[in-house]
Design a binder for this molecule. Structure first.
Ligand code: C2O
Ligand code: CU
Ligand code: CU
Length: 466
């Protein structure tokens, strides 16, 4: 069910075994095939989280989360998105360095897709790795109610894992009867955001994946919640962090523990290679530090005789073709993220107006996607290297995301930054960070906080490269 291609036979076997043992599968996947587009249709649906029926969720399948999309590095793909709900939408391919017109940002790169209409996205993913997708119009509601999915770009050569498990971390906000609660509160939007109360992984509560003992598993963990910064731990395992925000590591990241959890903020991804325990029945648990006791998010259970594989068999992933910034010629810019100086709302046209403004970039709150004539927060020359100083003068965390490019973190006034390519960098309260990048992808690139309530109440803008 997971895949049709020969390469993943081992994976199919692994999942087949898992299903026999009534464990969870990592979700339905759609693979880009020669000539045929991937066809997606948004819809509202009902779904049962542990027995409670929740109505009004958004997905691309009935009674199931949005599928995992799989494609291959360097192979062109077409994705046709049909809007099956009664409000406008777009789809954005988070982290993919694609042509600007395919980026899915309403009014900036395309007109919103009206109810019943469709838009065909076409691009060639230049980088392998773990990415994701979500609407960029009516974003807050459509994402809060479920419309987020993983997008996996496979390496040209199979790195040799026995299984590949996408883990889409997302909270839902429900009442005791399973009904959806408001995803926006002015109080939340003006502070850290409005948090969900049900932590899910692939829309399940601590799903268990049965995997052969002693096998090598690639976990692809994505934080797709509107608000929550997950503090992850994966203790007592043989494993290695191998990629961050899609890209192979340049700078090592330690396996996260309870004492030293890994912060994964909205928009970010981490790939971890795990060597399953050799003993049948042993479990490995991914958990979040959340309240007094860690909250299990997903469990891997070793089954069958040991496959006897070793992490050392996995070579480092091949690097992606991201241009190195030329720091010697870099031009410097700085941007301040903070409170909004005015309280007017935003005009997002068909994409969800907001009555509130709380946030700003360089004291300018984003007036809304549909306001014409709004200038870029920075205008850059194609091919030049820039160092951006990003200063958070607010007491809240902001995962700052740039579309269409990859950023290299350089330094912070608060901590040692790991120099791994990123598209979403977490600015902690009071933190100033410098990032470098080569402006090699022309267009208007959305630049915003990925706490969606912050984005939609002013903390947004775009960068022009031309
Ligand atoms: Cu993941 Cu502009 O978004
Ligand atoms: Cu994005
Ligand atoms: Cu923010």
């Amino acid at each position: 069910m997971m895949d049709q291609q020969g390469k993943v036979n081992r994976r199919a076997v692994v999942l087949g075994v898992g299903m026999a043992a009534a464990a969870a599968t990592a979700g339905f996947a759609l693979r880009a095939g020669a000539g045929e587009p991937i066809r997606l249709r948004s819809r509202q649906t009902s779904y049962s989280f542990e027995g409670m029926q929740t109505h009004g969720l958004y997905s691309l399948q009935d009674a199931a989360p949005p599928p995992v999309l799989r494609m291959r590095q360097g192979v062109p793909v077409e994705i046709e998105v049909t809007n099956g709900v009664d409000e406008h939408t777009t789809m954005h391919w988070h982290g993919i360095r694609l042509p600007n017109a395919m980026d899915g940002v309403p009014y900036l790169t395309q007109f919103p897709i009206a109810p019943g209409e469709r838009f065909r996205y076409a691009f060639t993913p230049p980088d392998a790795g773990t990415y994701w997708y979500h609407p960029h119009c009516m974003t807050m509601r459509q994402m809060a109610y479920g419309l987020t999915g993983l997008l996996i770009v496979e390496e040209q050569d199979d790195p040799g894992f026995d299984a590949d498990i996408p883990l889409n971390l997302k909270d839902f906000r429900l009442d005791a009867a399973g009904r959806l609660l408001p995803y926006f509160t002015p109080r939340g939007a003006a502070r850290g955001g409005t948090f969900g109360n049900l932590q899910t992984t692939n829309w399940q509560l601590n799903p268990r994946y049965d995997l052969p003992a002693g096998s090598l598993v690639r976990l692809r963990i994505a934080a797709t919640d509107n608000t929550r910064v997950y503090r992850l731990m994966l203790p007592d395992i043989a494993g290695r962090v191998i990629a961050w925000d899609g890209h192979p590591l340049r700078d090592a990241i330690a396996l996260p523990t309870a004492a030293d959890p890994l912060w994964l903020s909205p928009g970010q991804r981490v790939d971890i290679a795990v060597q399953m325990p050799d003993t049948e029945g042993r479990e490995v648990t991914l958990a979040a530090v959340l309240g007094p006791t860690p909250k299990p998010l997903a469990t891997l259970r070793a089954i069958g005789p040991s496959q006897g594989r070793d992490l050392a068999e996995i070579a480092p992933l091949p690097r992606n073709p991201v241009s190195e910034p030329d720091l010697s010629t870099a031009e410097r810019r700085s941007l301040v993220f903070g409170w909004s100086p005015d309280g007017a709302g935003q005009n997002n046209g068909f994409c969800g107006n907001s009555a509130y403004t709380f946030w700003s970039i360089d004291r300018q709150p984003w007036p809304g996607d549909a306001v014409s004539g709004t200038g870029a927060v920075a205008t850059l020359s194609l091919g030049k290297t820039y160092i951006f100083k990003l200063q958070n003068e607010s007491p809240n965390n902001h995962p700052i995301h740039l579309h269409g490019l990859a950023l290299l973190p350089l330094r912070s006034n608060k901590r040692t930054l790991r120099q791994n390519w990123t598209d979403t960098i977490l600015l902690m309260k009071g933190e100033t960070v410098e990032v470098a990048f080569k402006a090699d992808n022309p267009g208007d690139w959305a630049f915003h906080c990925h706490v969606i309530e912050h984005q939609k109440t002013g903390l947004a803008g775009y960068i022009h490269i031309g």
